[in-house]
Write a protein that binds this ligand. Sequence first.
Ligand code: SF4
Length: 126
Amino acid sequence: MRENREFICVTCPVGCTIEAVIEGQELIELKGNACRRGIAFVREEISNPRRMLTTTVQVDGGALPLLPVHSNEPLPKHLLLAAAAALRRVRVTAPVTVGQVIVHDLLGTGVDMQASRPVPAKQATD
Ligand code: SF4
């Protein structure tokens, strides 16, 4: 059965609104995309939507209590909530360097979570 769906392309900051006609997982036609990457975006949204994940994890002994982390590749969209729940249980020990892998192969997806910034160890006070 054919249906009309609207997508906001998140491939670049332009954020085109794309109107598509789809049938099952097949893209029949679309309009509103300013470039061809919008076609690839809609095709992936129909068959296997994925998103980058950014969040924070707790830091032990750091100058900051939380470490911003991001996925090195987009994760399957249906796993985002489970991934966020798993990351709430993660604790890292300072110091942490930017780009350091905090979780390898998150939920068996092959995607790593990396530190988005450095967090030095907390200075000892007398
Ligand atoms: S269709 Fe092209 S220009 Fe529009 S948001 Fe997607 S990538 Fe950007």
